[in-house]
Write a protein that binds this ligand. Structure first.
Ligand SMILES: Cc1cc2nc3c(=O)[nH]c(=O)nc-3n(C[C@H](O)[C@H](O)[C@H](O)COP(=O)(O)OP(=O)(O)OC[C@H]3O[C@@H](n4cnc5c(N)ncnc54)[C@H](O)[C@@H]3O)c2cc1C
Length: 341
């Protein structure tokens, strides 16, 4: 039987777009409302860790990820010191820009017959029958902010670099077109610089002066600069009326590199239930409950673990411990990977 009930998706990031595309491929009528336009830069480390082949297959993501870098190794740098440790990742992480990925997914959604309304911010986000919220993180904690820009032609000491400073960490991740994405999470400070200089100022204030100088001498793409304030994290799937996916359901700290994978995986969790609803087999209340249960069982443990571990990356006293323990194999990536992905 042809699905006849429509799904309305609010928010066209990775959760909303991948869900919309997969539903359209099952012939479900979908309308998607997105506040912004494509392509656009987003504050994101732009490396994807923990995305398994089954999710890629179930959502038909293969063609969108085909050109991504495969990152095999990460270098840890504490403050202005040398590379303290190089570690092989248990599984390769993928590197590509949100500028490219979101735009490609949006185009495919339209091509598949989805109705995409860009530059349309939905004011009323009340739960409604057939509505799925994929609206990203709720702005909550004014203490943290994310900043990012792209640089061209920068050589790295490893596939990925992770720099730890005073109440901050910064990832350097190669993406397409010989670019490196530079993205950090910082404790908010009263700095009055703008654009890329704001990120450079934050690096200096956090004691990462060597990295700031290295980047200042590189070809920064000022148009890729973006910032987000009020970043906060969840220790479990947020309760709320109606289905929420991706960051709207639960935000994992960026060091896991798993937020994008979670956005896709949450769409994968919701997909079979929304298909059933669309063909009239179940009502909306049952659909919403089943999606919430599926998200909780898939994500609660990793969200709880990630929020417990986050201070070890962020707080100077614990970073010192981590640095001292690095020669003895810390952090042990394989068990952490299993816990956080
Ligand atoms: C500093 C930082 C670094 C990160 N680094 C990484 C990383 O390296 N790897 C990784 O996997 N993850 C990383 N993440 C997390 C990752 O970016 C998110 O988990 C991911 O973007 C979530 O996707 P989403 O679709 O849920 O939300 P989003 O990508 O945020 O999309 C939500 C969309 O909803 C739209 N929207 C919101 N409200 C409305 C409305 N009312 N009406 C219409 N549209 C609306 C927004 O415009 C937006 O396009 C990082 C996050 C931060 C803050």
């Amino acid at each position: 039987m042809r699905p006849s009930r429509q799904i309305e998706i609010i928010g066209g990031g990775l959760a909303g777009l991948s869900l919309g595309l997969a539903l359209r491929r099952s012939d479900v009528p979908v309308a998607l409302f997105e506040a912004g336009q494509y392509p656009r830069h987003r504050v994101c480390g732009e490396f994807i860790a923990g995305l398994d082949e089954s999710t890629i297959g179930n959502l038909g993501l293969g063609p969108f990820l085909a050109g991504a870098h495969r990152h095999h190794e990460v270098a840890w740098v504490f403050g202005n010191g040398p590379v303290q440790r190089r570690q092989r990742l248990p599984e390769p992480a993928l590197g590509l820009s949100r500028h490219r990925l979101d735009a490609a997914l949006a185009a495919a959604f339209v091509e598949a017959g989805g109705r995409l309304h860009t530059a349309t911010r939905v004011a009323d986000l009340e739960a409604r029958e057939g509505r799925v919220l994929c609206t990203g993180r709720r702005r909550a904690n004014p203490g943290w902010m994310g900043l990012k820009f792209h640089v061209r032609g920068l050589s790295l000491t490893s596939d990925l670099e992770l720099h730890l400073g005073d109440q901050c960490y910064v990832g350097l991740a190669p993406i397409e077109d010989d670019r490196v994405n530079v993205c950090g999470l910082f404790a908010r400070r009263p700095l009055c610089a703008k654009g890329p200089n704001l990120l450079l100022g934050y690096l200096q204030a956090a004691g990462l002066t060597a990295l700031a100088e290295r980047l200042a001498g590189a070809a920064i793409d000022a148009t890729s600069f973006c910032a987000v304030a009020g970043v906060d994290f969840d220790a479990g799937i947020a309760a709320g009326a109606g289905p929420r996916l991706g960051d709207a359901a639960g935000v994992t700290p960026p060091f896991t590199g798993n937020g994008m994978a979670m956005a896709f995986q949450s769409a994968e969790c919701a997909l079979p239930h929304l298909r059933e609803y669309a063909r009239g087999a179940v009502d909306w209340t049952v659909t919403s409950d089943r999606i919430a249960q599926s998200l909780s069982s898939r994500f609660n443990r990793r969200l709880r673990s990630a929020t417990l571990l986050h201070p070890w990356i962020l707080r100077p006293a614990r970073q010192r411990w981590l640095r001292a323990a690095a020669p003895f194999g810390f952090p042990p990536l394989r068990p952490l990977y299993a816990l956080l992905h």
